[in-house]
Design a protein around this ligand. Structure first.
Ligand SMILES: Cc1cc2nc3c(=O)[nH]c(=O)nc-3n(C[C@H](O)[C@H](O)[C@H](O)COP(=O)(O)OP(=O)(O)OC[C@H]3O[C@@H](n4cnc5c(N)ncnc54)[C@H](O)[C@@H]3O)c2cc1C
Ligand code: SF4
Ligand code: SF4
Length: 374
């Protein structure tokens, strides 16, 4: 029997319509025949095959041997184990529920203006600025807000300047498929990229590299992950925040999630919306996601814990470690040991356990093997 060459047909049945697709968009950016597109209207966030060259559920290029979309997908078959082994040369142990890492620290930028606009400690934006200024990258795929920001629509963007990186600081809790900005980066000749994104996206560079997905894989040189248990449909603004709490989207200045939805408005008012009221607007693509801690990033970042203007950093790779150490030596960030907030680490592991249990029994066994029974 010739070796199996899984292609769009398998991706479509096993991931896209199989309930595993997060909408990360990796399959779309890697397709060399331009037959995959991305639907992001009405809370869909899914790839689709143009109704040509094999139709919606198959691909004639795939029939002839193209496998790039399945190689890019961070939810296809044994993705987790394959990327773990590629990145760390081993499988994770059962107690490594938040993925394999080297160290944990609490960090914040020493740039007060960045700390003010960053979501937590402004560290993610600070790392991107460092990487840009030290020529590690020449651009970053990030999320920003459409237009003047009043619509709160999160859009993927390539940032190539300090101003553009700072312009993306802060968190939006609707989905932004940041890998999609790859097309804009390619057009601009930006070819050493950092990718910022939640776990579903932070695994994209690892998936591309571990399965040798051609030139696209070589362009991602840094993956910065954001801790994440879910994103929400855009309709939450009108149907919950406005309808129940009379908070108009254009009046919102900043949002955060710390046990509740925290909402600060331009008029100085502050509101809290219980998370349980928001569950109904959970995005479909998040419902099977097993990855809270962005387990395949070089560095993962979260706002978990008791210090609201600090970021918890999960440093996973040698590259991530070198960046954090050099930033510290240059005085760009300050850190304190994670042992100063052990509850933050416990909470990360607890939320990782909860997310892992969402992975369906019908899907890859290698992920299920590491689902804790406790
Ligand atoms: C959808 C979402 C859910 C999250 N859930 C949790 C959680 O449950 N627990 C937790 O501890 N932390 C969570 N985080 C991470 C947290 O909000 C901060 O992003 C993190 O602590 C880094 O803070 P910072 O100040 O260092 O980042 P900043 O310097 O403010 O940089 C944030 C970066 O995130 C990017 N970004 C913002 N919104 C999005 C988006 N929707 N999609 C993709 N990229 C985006 C920005 O472009 C920017 O580059 C979540 C983040 C997001 C986006
Ligand atoms: S998870 Fe990402 S790569 Fe996989 S099918 Fe969905 S959008 Fe494509
Ligand atoms: S829960 Fe977060 S990491 Fe998982 S699919 Fe949703 S957005 Fe991505």
């Amino acid at each position: 029997m010739p070796p199996e060459k899984p292609q769009w047909k398998e991706l479509y049945s096993e991931v896209v319509t199989g309930g595993l697709c997060t909408g990360c968009s990796a399959c779309v950016i890697v397709c060399p025949h331009d037959v995959l597109k991305y639907e992001d209207s009405d809370g869909i966030y899914k790839p689709y095959h143009l109704d040509i060259d094999g139709g919606k559920a198959d691909c004639t290029h795939g029939q002839r041997g193209c496998t790039l979309c399945t190689r890019a997908c961070p939810r296809f078959r044994d993705w987790e184990s394959e990327i773990d082994i590629f990145m760390h040369e081993r499988n994770r142990n059962d107690d490594e529920v938040s993925g394999i890492y080297r160290s944990l620290v609490l960090a914040r930028t020493t740039d007060q203006s960045l700390n003010d606009i960053g979501q937590d400690g402004g560290v993610v934006s600070s790392i991107l600025l460092y990487a840009l200024e030290n020529d590690i990258i020449n651009g970053a795929l990030i999320s920003t807000l459409e237009g003047d920001g009043t619509s709160w629509k999160a859009v993927p963007t390539v940032a190539t300047t300090k101003e553009e990186i700072i312009g993306g600081a802060g968190s939006r809790y609707t989905y932004s498929a940041n890998p999609l900005a790859y097309f804009e980066a390619a057009e601009k000749g930006v070819d050493r990229l950092a990718l910022v994104g939640m776990g579903c996206q932070a695994s994209v560079p690892g998936a591309l590299s571990s399965r040798k997905a051609g030139k696209t894989s070589k362009r991602f040189v840094l993956s910065i992950g954001l801790l994440c248990s879910k994103t929400f449909n855009d309709s939450i603004f009108d149907e919950l925040f406005d309808a129940t709490y009379n908070i108009k989207r254009e009046s919102i200045k900043k949002m955060n999630i710390k046990g509740v939805f925290q909402i600060w408005c331009h008029d100085g008012s502050y509101h809290e919306v219980p998370l349980k009221e928001a569950h109904k607007w959970t995005r479909e693509g998040c419902k099977s996601c097993p990855d809270f801690a962005a387990e395949h990033a070089d560095i993962s970042a979260g706002g978990i814990g008791k210090y609201s203007d600090w970021t918890l950093l999960v440093i996973r790779t040698q590259k991530g470690e070198e960046i954090v150490e050099d930033m510290l030596a240059k005085g760009l960030i300050e850190t304190k040991p994670s042992t100063e907030d052990p509850e933050a680490v416990e909470l990360m592991n607890k939320l990782s356990r909860i997310s892992r249990k969402r992975w369906p029994e019908s899907a890859s066994v290698s992920v299920r093997r590491h689902i804790p029974v406790r």
